[in-house]
Write a protein that binds this ligand. Structure first.
Ligand code: GLN
Length: 489
């Protein structure tokens, strides 16, 4: 196989080729390393120096993931490897342990290729909040890849990694997947252990895959899910995540919530969404309206709850325990203050202030308590809707990828990116984004959400649609690659 052929394989295909003896795991890893070293998109914050040694390749190849390289979002703790959550305050931090999600993939044979750039502490929708500089979108380098898992999404879309891990608190897997034209899945809250994920908002954070296709997403999920004694909120997974096979949607009832599909959705995105609904009907699905009355309030609730949790989670970064410590402080309080002043970026500071305020005595009920009640209403809306339909579909993001700098001065405009993804996060339910077409030459994402633990159904529906849509992600890979000429005709 030529280098280009190797890099065109999906993760599952590469694993199968290695298993069949037609591809060498080392050759594959080296090919990706060369590609990733030529990264012009700023996807990586750390790259492996070389392919794993023979013993590690042999051990990896013995597992189902066959030593296929994996890119991992910076915020997953990886033993001995920088894990900085996109922040100055953790610059150079090398944890003494590995996050469960990463450890499980490694046990299944995955080989760590690199750590990927992200918005600082996963706060953002454009990757512009990273202390390590923004990531560029392989479809148009003047545009953002989405966020906060922007490095993972851009790396997969540009063919710098076969697949990647991200995290999603309010949309950070699905939205960058949509903006980069790849697949991103946020599983049911609790499906994957959060142990070793540097926390943003603990009641919302979930790990998940960013992949070239739905089968790859299923395969990575399969090897991550399940209870972990180190995360009390993790849950038992019954059986095994099935690899999707469906080619039709006969009898599947798809609900379209008008609250998330009307106003605020860009024309080109709406067109691609409608065209995908028509395809779903051709495949046998029944499309009907469904009500999610409280969903329009999800963003407001999220921007109380997530900052509240973040303000508490980020209290640990005080210059004593990890990473940065401001020099020249004259006493302890001064050291805390200077460290946090120097170490946190503007968005993180904004969230800490918002969250601290929302939790302060006298305001707790007015803000946090009320937001929690809205959250409950949103979850109840979904539960009621799932009595009438099997799955709920929306555009993933109201717009296609926007220009770098376009929204940085207007936090609310930036927050609106997650209008369609935050409701599922608040309800704790699984959702996947698949590319469904282009608008103005840029990818559009189609989101499918289901009841808790309906991942197999969700993946099947996504698979059937993916086949029917036949989205071609390869132009992105050709354009985004360091060695672009390699893929030229
Ligand atoms: N963009 C949202 C935020 O800034 C969601 C981020 C995420 O899912 N981690 O909070």
């Amino acid at each position: 196989m030529s280098a280009t052929d190797i890099l065109d394989l999906s993760g599952a295909q590469a694993a199968a080729a290695i298993g069949a003896g037609t591809l060498s795991a080392r050759e594959l890893f080296d090919a990706y390393l060369v590609r990733a070293r030529g990264d012009e998109l700023n996807c990586f914050t750390w790259l492996a120096e070389q392919a794993p040694d023979d013993a590690a390749i042999a051990a990896g190849s013995a597992g189902p993931l066959k030593a296929v390289p994996l890119a991992v979002k910076d915020l997953f703790c990886t033993e001995g490897v920088p894990s900085q959550s996109g922040s100055r305050i953790l610059e150079g931090y090398r944890p003494p342990y590995t996050a469960t999600a990463v450890a499980r993939l490694k046990d299944a044979g995955a080989a760590l290729l690199g750590k990927t750039n992200q918005d600082e502490f996963a706060m953002g929708s454009s990757n512009e909040n990273s202390a390590f500089g923004p990531v560029r979108n392989p479809w148009d380098r003047e545009r953002v890849p989405g966020g906060s898992s922007g490095g993972s999404a851009a790396a997969v879309a540009a063919g710098l990694a076969p697949w990647a891990l991200g995290t999603d608190t309010g949309g950070s897997i699905r939205q960058p997947a949509a903006l980069c034209g790849i697949v991103g899945c946020k599983p049911t809250y609790g499906a994957i252990s959060r142990y070793g994920m540097i926390a943003f908002a603990s009641s919302l954070d979930q790990a998940g895959p960013l992949t070239r296709d739905v089968t790859d997403a299923a395969l990575l999920l399969r090897h991550m899910v399940g209870r972990d004694p180190r995360d009390a909120t993790s849950l038992e997974w019954v059986g095994e995540v099935a690899l999707p096979r469906a080619e039709r949607l006969d009898g599947v009832r798809l609900g379209v919530p008008r609250e998330l599909t009307g106003e605020g959705i860009e024309g080109g995105v709406r067109d691609a969404f409608q065209a995908t609904l028509a395809r779903a009907e051709e495949l046998g699905a029944q499309v009907r309206d469904v009500a999610l009355a409280h969903a329009p309030h999800a963003l407001s609730a999220y921007y109380v709850l997530a900052p509240a949790e973040a303000s508490s989670n980020l209290a640990r970064f005080d210059g004593v325990r990890y990473g940065l410590r401001a020099p020249e402080a004259h006493d302890l309080l001064d050291m805390y203050t200077r460290t946090r002043h120097d170490g946190f970026g503007a968005e993180v500071k904004r969230r800490i202030m918002l969250g601290t305020y929302a939790l302060s005595a006298g305001y707790y009920d007015a803000y946090y308590g009320r937001a929690q009640r809205v959250r409950t209403k949103i979850a109840q809306d979904f539960a009621a809707a799932f009595a009438e339909v099997d799955l709920i579909v929306t555009p993933t993001s109201p717009t296609v990828a926007f220009r770098l700098g376009e929204k940085t001065r207007d936090p609310w405009a930036m927050y609106l990116n997650d209008f369609c993804t935050v409701p599922m996060s608040l309800a704790g339910i699984p959702a996947i984004s698949i590319p469904c077409g282009l608008s103005g030459g840029l990818p559009v994402g189609f989101q499918i959400a289901g009841p808790p633990f309906s991942e197999s159904r969700l993946l099947d529906a996504a698979h059937a649609l993916e086949r029917a849509i036949g989205f071609d992600g390869s132009p992105a890979r050709a354009r985004g690659a360091g060695a672009a000429s390699e893929s030229a005709p």
